[in-house]
Design a protein around this ligand. Structure first.
Ligand SMILES: [Zn+2]
Length: 392
């Protein structure tokens, strides 16, 4: 009797906290500062206007997940897709976003100003903004920076994994340090940061090396953004932020939006990944080569690779540990959401697509976070940094 009453109390409190979480979640302004779906709309002609049963994002599913504002990442790798170069690639991705917005005027709006953002949220539309991922896309030309701004770019990561002539990346500063001709921001790099401040483009320090990070934060007159980076002390990989960097963001008044990628939030997953990409992976591949031709081999390897990694996928609680860690260190004013949906190969268990954002809120409620705190984490902090950066 007593036992069943206790069980009843536990069940009731779980239901109440889930209901409370849903209420908080759908009332809050939810902003995700990083999603890569745009590349697949350019490369595979994917139409995200309606629900699709592959990938992680589309308009229907964003609605279901309670998302209000999406920064669409404009991305191209270290080799340009077009023979005209990176700037052309960037413009093609922006064309693609513009086309999606034009096809869905009643459900989506592209924002250029802080006022546009607030208005779009009030009208319950998905507010779309552009984040360019990698300073190489401006091709060392301040006029091109201006043109990208004119087309809606409201943040730019100074580097992607590749360094450029004026800024070095986290990957190069940690893994290829010996090959670098310079480290951090050059004089031109500092000029780029100042011009971004002037125009109202957020300086995004995700992907940059530590030297570039500190150089940029010293030059920037405005709060910086980390659009998709997590905590090094929980998962020590080159893309994550060390404690001193986290403290520097707080001092600058910026915001760190945590990345959901399994390999950036869980060190066991990251280790397993390294193993499969290194000597052990090669060993397995060599042994498979005896039985399969090249085309079959790719398929078999892909399946085997994901099957090997599956048991190492982290929980959503592990993801929230990153938010919690930052809050415990510097308070609840400097953390946000930067999923990297449609840009990563593995996500925490249950975090299958953009409909699953409410699970984060649920976990925060379970940990005793107040509504006020959750509102800041889901979007309030990013709004503050946007307002401080945008000129109107
Ligand atoms: Zn990225």
């Amino acid at each position: 009797m007593r036992y069943s009453f206790l069980l009843f109390l536990i069940c009731t409190s779980v239901i109440v906290s889930a209901q409370q979480a849903r209420k908080i979640h759908y009332k809050a302004t939810l902003i995700d500062t990083h999603n890569d779906v745009l590349s697949s709309t350019v490369l595979d002609g994917k139409d995200i206007s309606h629900r699709i049963d592959y990938g992680q994002s589309d308009l229907d599913r964003w609605k279901e997940g309670g998302l209000d504002v999406q920064f669409f990442s404009v991305w191209t790798g270290e080799r340009a897709r077009n023979k005209e170069g990176f700037y052309k690639d960037a413009n093609e991705e922006i064309d693609s976003l513009d086309a999606i917005v034009a096809r869905n005027p009643e459900r989506m709006v592209k924002a250029y100003t802080y006022k546009d953002v607030k208005k779009g949220i009030r009208r319950k539309k998905l507010v779309a903004l552009i984040g360019v991922e990698g300073g190489h896309m401006m091709e060392g030309d301040l006029d091109k920076l201006q043109s990208l701004y004119d087309r809606g770019m409201r943040y730019m990561t100074l580097t992607w994994n590749n360094s450029n002539d004026w800024a070095t990346s986290a990957m190069d500063e940690t893994l290829h340090a010996g090959n670098l001709s310079h480290k951090g921001l050059t004089e031109f790099g500092k000029q780029v940061v100042r011009r971004m401040n002037q125009l109202g483009i957020m300086v995004d320090l995700s992907h940059t090396g530590e030297q570039t990070f500190y150089d940029a934060i010293a030059v920037s007159s405005k709060p910086v953004l980390l659009s998709h980076s997590s905590v090094w002390n929980i998962c020590p990989v080159f893309r994550n932020l060390k404690d001193d960097q986290i403290k520097a963001v707080a001092k600058n008044g910026g915001v760190i939006c945590v990345n959901f990628y399994s390999g950036f939030i869980d060190s066991n997953f990251a280790k397993k990944m390294d193993e499969l990409e290194g000597a052990r992976g090669k060993q397995i591949k060599d042994s498979l080569n005896q039985y399969y031709d090249a085309a079959q081999m790719n398929n078999v390897w892909r399946q085997l690779f994901s099957a090997e990694l599956e048991p190492y996928r982290p929980t959503i609680s592990k993801l929230v540990d990153h938010i919690d860690y930052i809050v415990k260190m510097i308070g609840d004013d400097y953390v946000g959401i930067g999923s990297d949906f449609d840009g990563v190969s593995s996500l925490p268990i249950g975090m299958d697509d953009v409909t699953k954002y409410p699970l984060i809120t649920e976990e925060l409620v379970k940990r005793g976070y107040s509504k006020k705190s959750i509102d800041k984490i889901l979007g309030g902090n990013v709004l503050r940094v946007m307002k401080a950066n945008f000129n109107n």
